[in-house]
Every structure is written in structure tokens, then in C-alpha cells.
Design a protein around this ligand. Structure first.
Ligand SMILES: NC(=O)c1ccc[n+]([C@@H]2O[C@H](COP(=O)([O-])OP(=O)(O)OC[C@H]3O[C@@H](n4cnc5c(N)ncnc54)[C@H](OP(=O)(O)O)[C@@H]3O)[C@@H](O)[C@H]2O)c1
Length: 291
């Protein structure tokens, strides 16, 4: 059986969509923080089990009979290491045969603030002795399409990524990669650096947005602190505003660029072009959200 944590999240749901194209629902276990959010997954034939990362006993029960586990990194930035540790301990007790973890691009050397918890999680997994595969995910295009409504409101796209090239891929591309790895043999010990085939600057993002909307929406690059302040002023919590601004600043230094094409090789097709994800977001009124 294959189990997916964070199954009610955006990536988790897309991974399940992909897995259902490959294997029957009764081979899949949706591990969720809140089972009430997972009635649709149950209706699709998956087992739904409660698995809050903060509750070790529940995790032990939830992993019963599971052979392969996808640990989708928690969204609770700053609390992730202890949460992930609980899942890894439970995986060890359950003799999981393959633990796939959604890490960050270039986790070992990345200068991004976000990379610390991923790097430390990777170390915990290595030390646990559980066979592992790391899916080092680059940036979702949706992280930037989430900013489309405000770009359209103010006729400007703000950021701090300078001329940094960002190898964007759609969340669904990363989900397809996870489904591949979970259904292929001989994945233990592999580390995938996953990112889009094409890299874009935020000016190129703004140009594509302008083209599709018929409006003139230039990109305006701001110092990190100024951009953080604007995000805070727009109502984002401090931690998220800091995270977005510092991630952009790292992207300006090339932290989110990758030319290895491992993602498209893994999923057997080119990654989703920026224009397609912008088109979907515009059709949905600027969503789907990034964070
Ligand atoms: N590569 C990128 O560009 C990028 C961008 C954003 C995030 N990320 C990372 O990738 C992960 C998946 O992305 P996403 O878009 O699917 O994020 P998401 O939609 O926010 O989903 C996060 C999932 O984590 C679950 N979760 C959070 N705390 C938990 C806990 N204590 N116990 C059990 N589950 C918990 C959430 O459960 P609920 O459904 O109950 O809320 C949700 O299912 C994120 O959590 C984050 O670590 C990557």
C-alpha cells in the first residue's frame, strides 16, 4: 500500500489524482490532519486515516500495513523539523520500505531560508535508516500566479527577484513526479532535483501576464525589506511576508534556477509552460494559490 501525507493539501490531492491513473484506489491511503476534509477522497475509494504530524501515536497507527510513504513537507514553517521527525520515527517503527520526501531544490547547498528545515529533515531521514528518495522540488508557478489579483488591481507586479531566472513548473508537474517515483521500482537512494524546463524572470512573468490580459503590467523590482513591508501592509502575516521576500531575494541570486531537466525526464513530457499556468489562474480569477 502507498500512503500520502498532507493528502487534503493542494499537492497531495494532485498526487492522488495521478496515482489513481496508475493503481487502484484500494491500494492508496490518504493520511490527513483533518478527516472531515477528506470525504471526497473516501468517496473515491481511498482509505482515509488521521495522521497529524504532531501526534506520534496516531502516526504509528496510521502507517499500519503501508509499504511506501510520501511525506509531503508540512506547511507549518518553523515547526516542520519536529513534525517531520514524528513521521520519520513512525516510518522506522513500521518498517516502511520507501520514504519519499518533498524537499527543496538543491537542498544541501541552497542559501534560501526555507532550505534549513528541508536540509535537516533530509539528515534525519538518512540517519533513520529508512530507505528514502528525495524529491527536491523547485518553485511552483502557482507561487506567483497567486499574486495576479493584486498585480491586476495595481497594474504592476512587485517582487525582489531582480533578473534571477526561476525554473518554474506547475504544482501538477511535481505531483506527477511523485506519483512516478512511488510506482517505480528501485527508487531507494535516489535524489531528484526537480524544476521546470524553462526558467523565467519576473519581468518575463509580467510580460506574459500583460499579453494575456491586454493590460500593461510591468515588473517593479524592490529591495527585499521594502517588498516585505508591502506584503505585510497588504495583510500577510509577518512570517509569510518575510519568507516570500527572502525567497525572491535568493531567487535573484539564482537559488531557484536549474537546468538539469530531471523533472521532465521523470514525467516523460515537458513541464507546463508559464503561459498555461497563467491562463488557468486567470480563468479562476487569479488563483490557484501558492502558499
Ligand atoms: N515548492 C514550492 O514552490 C512550494 C510552495 C509552497 C509550499 N511548499 C511546500 O510543499 C508542501 C505541499 O505544498 P501544497 O501546495 O500542497 O501546500 P498546502 O496546500 O498548504 O498543503 C499542506 C498540507 O500539509 C498538511 N499539514 C500541515 N500541517 C500538518 C500537520 N500538523 N499534520 C498533518 N498534516 C499537516 C495540510 O493539512 P490540512 O489540509 O489539514 O491543512 C495540507 O494538507 C507545503 O506544505 C510546503 O511545505 C512548496
Amino acid at each position: 500500500m502507498i500512503a500520502i501525507t498532507g493528502a487534503t493539501g493542494q499537492l497531495g490531492r494532485l498526487v492522488i489524482d495521478q496515482l489513481l491513473q496508475k493503481i487502484p484506489a484500494d491500494q492508496l491511503v490518504a493520511l490527513v490532519r483533518n478527516p472531515a476534509k477528506a470525504s471526497d477522497l473516501q468517496a473515491r475509494g481511498l482509505q482515509v486515516r488521521a495522521a497529524d504530524y504532531t501526534q506520534p501515536e496516531a502516526l504509528d497507527v496510521a502507517l499500519h500495513g503501508v509499504e511506501k510513504l510520501l511525506l509531503i513537507s508540512s506547511s507549518e514553517v518553523g515547526h516542520r523539523l519536529e513534525q517531520h521527525r514524528n513521521v520519520i520515527e513512525a516510518a522506522k517503527k513500521s518498517s516502511i520500505k520507501l520514504l519519499a520526501y518533498t524537499s527543496i531544490l538543491n537542498a544541501q547547498a541552497s542559501q534560501m531560508d526555507l532550505a534549513h528545515e528541508h536540509r535537516e529533515t533530509e539528515q534525519l531521514i538518512r540517519k533513520s535508516g529508512v530507505p528514502f528518495v528525495f524529491l527536491r522540488n523547485g518553485w511552483y508557478t502557482e507561487n506567483y500566479t497567486a499574486g495576479i489579483p493584486s498585480a491586476l488591481q495595481f497594474n504592476v507586479l512587485l517582487g525582489s527577484a531582480g533578473d534571477g531566472k526561476i525554473s518554474l513548473a506547475a504544482r501538477a508537474d511535481y505531483a506527477a513526479a511523485a506519483a512516478e517515483v512511488l510506482t517505480r521500482d528501485h527508487q531507494a537512494g535516489k535524489i531528484y532535483e526537480l524544476a521546470g524546463d524553462t526558467a523565467y524572470t519576473l519581468a518575463e512573468f509580467a510580460a506574459e501576464l500583460s499579453r494575456q490580459t491586454g493590460k500593461n503590467i510591468p515588473y517593479s523590482n524592490l529591495p527585499e525589506a521594502e517588498y516585505r513591508g508591502i506584503l505585510q501592509g497588504a495583510g500577510l502575516p509577518d512570517w509569510l511576508a518575510s519568507l516570500l521576500a527572502s525567497s525572491d531575494a535568493s531567487a535573484a541570486q539564482g537559488a531557484l534556477f536549474d537546468a538539469s531537466h530531471q523533472l521532465s525526464q521523470l514525467i516523460g513530457r515537458t513541464t507546463t509552460p508559464l503561459a498555461d499556468t497563467i491562463k488557468v489562474a486567470l480563468a479562476q480569477g487569479g488563483s490557484p494559490s501558492g502558499h
